[in-house]
Design a protein around this ligand. Structure first.
Ligand code: PSV
Ligand code: MN
Ligand code: MN
Length: 431
């Protein structure tokens, strides 16, 4: 039996109090969709197939460059993080895997961690390496870069860390390594732009060479920060070129927050999918930069348009399966509530995209009926699919209203008692 951190009797009770409402909304939506020729049961079954990984670092309070205000009952180690991740999956039924970050989630006993996760019904998605911070006791500093550093000793240390991440990931049952490097220059002239990328590729070739046969390597690009003039892997073009250079196991990872404002991210998604290099996502939302806000909180239409491209790609190739992960940071909300909301928003975009009448869309495009083509997308986007999402959760044993059920459970208060604050406790090591 799966170990549920929140008493399932209480969740069932809360669900029962909402049952009549959920059923009525579901039937109303079923009727509306039937008139449009869509079968709600097909959509609910599809919603139940949706899964997105939770970032282990998301269950703690992040912070900004200016301050960090710790939350109550924050997990103090990776085992407590797993418990919070289990709550998110218990209530949403949409987050069966966790994406770990090393060395933040370091453990000497991966077998025990794997067992704990299994007990909660959780598995592991891509593991993430970290060469953007120095760790206590580390021999070489990353102050002047890691995989791109001039110093061979620094590069060797960064490569060895990535290989250690692969080994840990293997012990945990992961199948991918995500590499994000903050390496770059703050000033013109600081780097030979081409030389830095050559060193990056040399380092990545060594990491690629250590991948098990059934693993993938995800390259995560980011426009700027911490480097403010020239980030080595700043854009999808560089990421695509490097993934191509490295080989078939290397693919690109799109973090929605890692682009210039107004970038057409859905088009990047379409391009990467077309050329077989779309490895996965870090979903989040932003207004200005890498804001790491909850998915769908600022620009839900963009999220829908991304999923519209993903729906098109999977119609062309049913085997197409990029990795879905969240990547967000919380300063003013309860991380469990924010992560549940994000998982639901991403799932919402997934279901809305499945509502797009693709045949009609194609016909409007071919007839150059611009207005109707745009309206076809809008008709899907405007549909409130919340009753489908609630029903999908209920049928999978989750909560009709995850945030409501979570608050009613008192989980956070109990966690605060079990996990007294201690100096230095932090989700990410960014204190
Ligand atoms: C970098 O901004 C990033 O998006 C990468 O995914 C890192 O691994 C993560 O944030 C760390 O917080
Ligand atoms: Mn990211
Ligand atoms: Mn980021």
């Amino acid at each position: 039996a799966v170990n549920m951190p929140i008493d399932s009797g209480r969740v069932a009770e809360y669900n029962a109090s909402l049952a009549a409402e959920v059923q009525a909304d579901y039937e109303a939506l079923a009727g509306m969709l039937a008139r449009r020729g869509a079968d709600i049961e097909r959509l609910t079954a599809l919603a139940q197939t949706f899964a997105v990984a939770v970032p282990s670092w998301g269950v703690g309070t992040g912070g900004t460059r200016f301050a960090r205000f710790p939350g109550r009952g924050e997990p103090r180690d990776v085992f407590e993080k797993m418990e919070d991740c289990a709550v998110i999956h218990q209530l949403t039924r949409a987050t069966p895997t966790v994406s770990l970050h090393f060395p933040w989630d370091r453990t000497d006993d991966p077998a025990a961690l794997r067992e704990i996760a299994r007990g909660y019904g959780l598995g592991f998605d891509a593991v993430n390496s970290n060469t953007f911070q120095d760790q206590p006791g580390q021999e070489q500093t990353y102050k002047h870069g890691s995989l791109t550093a001039h110093s061979g000793a620094v590069r060797a240390q960064a490569v060895a860390h990535n290989i250690a991440c692969i080994e840990l990931g293997q012990a945990l049952g992961s199948k991918a390594l995500t590499v994000w490097v903050g390496d770059g220059a703050n000033f013109p002239g600081q780097h030979n732009l081409r030389g830095a990328l050559e060193r990056y590729l040399d380092s990545m070739r060594d990491i690629y060479g250590a991948l098990p046969a059934d693993w993938q390597l995800f390259i995560e690009h980011k426009l700027f920060e911490p480097a403010f003039y020239a980030t080595t892997i700043a854009d999808w073009g560089t990421s695509f070129a490097c993934a191509t250079e490295l080989g078939p196991k290397a693919k690109c990872l799109v973090d929605l927050g890692h682009h210039a404002p107004n970038t057409n991210i859905e088009m990047i998604v379409a391009r990467l999918a077309q050329f077989g290099k779309l490895g996965g996502f870090h979903f989040n939302d932003s207004k200005y930069g890498d804001d790491d806000l909850d998915s769908g909180s600022i620009n839900p239409f963009q999220l829908f348009l991304v999923f519209n491209e993903l729906a098109d790609a999977s119609q062309r190739d049913p085997a197409f399966r990029p990795a879905y992960m969240l990547d967000q940071s919380h300063n003013v909300t309860d991380p469990i509530e924010s992560l549940m909301s994000s998982a639901i928003e991403v799932q919402r975009a997934f279901v809305q995209a499945a509502l797009v009448d693709r045949e009609a869309l194609r016909a409007h495009q071919e007839a150059n009926d611009v207005l109707q083509a745009a309206q076809t997308l809008k008709a899907a986007y405007r549909t409130d699919v919340s009753p489908i999402l609630a029903m999908a959760r209920l049928r999978a044993g989750g909560a009709a209203d995850p945030v409501g059920a979570y608050r009613a459970s008192g989980y956070r208060t109990q966690a605060a008692e079990r996990r007294p604050a201690r100096a230095g406790a932090s989700s990410s090591g960014i204190v």
